[in-house]
Design a protein around this ligand. Structure first.
Ligand code: PEP
Ligand code: MN
Length: 342
């Protein structure tokens, strides 16, 4: 349940409600909206009515949350959450574009890509340093060397950075060098890792699992938020279906569904969803039209030479063209596209 406090509730009243809940074994999470405070309380539903919370000073209402995910549910917080990373806000009026290569391959490749995507208007630079590959013989990433290159690219371009972590060791390293931690589709239900990124306090980009339902995806987000980290961005990246004309099937309806069920921002990755460069732009435009708060797009200076995901990587020229198109689509749905000021 959540306890909605009055606009005028003072710290003492808030404290009393918190103490009462804790006394009866409830786990407390403070959810701060723009105007008011909501106290999320996870515990035994059967004893709520006997606590007399409704009559405590400062309490406006008690709202039971029926969904299995509590803290990320729209019921617990009506207004949409905005995840702020440095000067970039994800989940606000502007659509945010994350772009860059699948993997960090070399200093020259990453710095060239960073300059190119920045020039085209991306707000966040991506690049994998730890790659979860299907084959153990495929390129696995430059690891700490790759993270250092991301930090250097960020220093030069001013772009916020995101990279995937695959375990505790890569998380600890990534925290030193990048701004946003990505949990990939294959680790969406690695509950121990979800708790660790929750405790890290770093903003988290949480991909939907290959065959995860939207509810399972939101439960994964709940793991992160329940550790006290509210900065979670959901990312739809296509799911496994019987269709094999595309790498995955982009579930665009997941965007309005997830945004309806949760207050968290939702972005779309048309690159991994489709697996083909020609399908990336149409699906990116459709995602913005469907209400996505952002996009994650793979861009490589020379896609034919990419060590990972070349067939789905846009050239810098394709990406620049797409950015111009996205502005038109965003404007049609009453939004703008966040652009770095040069
Ligand atoms: C990636 O973003 O490079 C990646 C591996 O994505 P996913 O986890 O969605 O497959
Ligand atoms: Mn990739």
């Amino acid at each position: 349940m959540v306890v909605v406090m009055n606009l005028s509730a003072d710290p003492e009243q808030i404290n009393s409600v918190q103490q009462r809940l804790e006394q009866f074994g409830f786990e407390i999470h403070m959810i701060r909206g723009v105007n008011r405070l909501v106290i999320g309380a996870v515990g035994d539903r059967r004893i709520i009515s006997s606590l007399g919370l409704e009559t405590m000073p400062g309490v406006e209402s008690i709202v039971p949350i029926m969904k299995p995910y509590k803290l990320v549910s729209r019921e617990s917080k009506g207004e949409s959450s905005v995840v702020k990373v440095k000067d970039v806000s994800i989940g606000g009026d502007e659509v945010i574009v994350i772009a860059g290569p699948c993997a960090v391959e070399s200093r020259e490749q990453l710095l060239t890509a960073a300059r190119q995507v920045r020039r085209a208007g991306a707000a966040i630079l991506r690049g994998g340093a730890f790659k979860p590959r299907t084959s153990p013989y495929a390129f696995q990433g430059l690891e700490e060397e790759g993270l250092k290159l991301l930090a250097e690219a960020s220093e030069e371009t001013g772009l916020v950075t995101v990279t995937e972590v695959i375990d505790q060791m890569s998380l600890e390293l990534a925290m030193k060098y990048v701004d946003i931690i990505q949990i990939g589709a294959r680790n969406m239900q690695n509950f121990h890792l979800l708790r660790s990124v929750g405790r890290s306090g770093k903003p988290v980009l949480l991909k939907r699992g290959l065959s995860a339902t939207i509810e399972e995806w939101l439960m994964a987000a709940e793991y992160v938020v329940s550790e006290g980290n509210e900065s979670v961005i959901l990312c739809e990246r296509g799911i496994r279906t019987f269709e094999n004309a595309t790498r995955n099937t982009l579930d665009l309806s997941a965007v309005p569904v997830a945004k309806g069920q949760s207050h968290l921002p939702v972005i779309v990755d048309p690159s991994h969803a489709t697996g083909h460069l020609r399908l990336v732009a149409p699906m990116a435009r459709a995602a913005v039209a469907a209400g996505a708060d952002g996009l994650l797009i793979e861009v490589h200076p020379e896609p034919h030479k990419a060590l990972c995901d070349g067939p789905q990587s846009l050239t810098p020229e394709d990406f620049e063209r797409l950015m111009a198109e996205l502005k038109l689509v965003a404007a049609a749905v009453g939004r703008g596209v966040r652009e770095m000021v040069m």
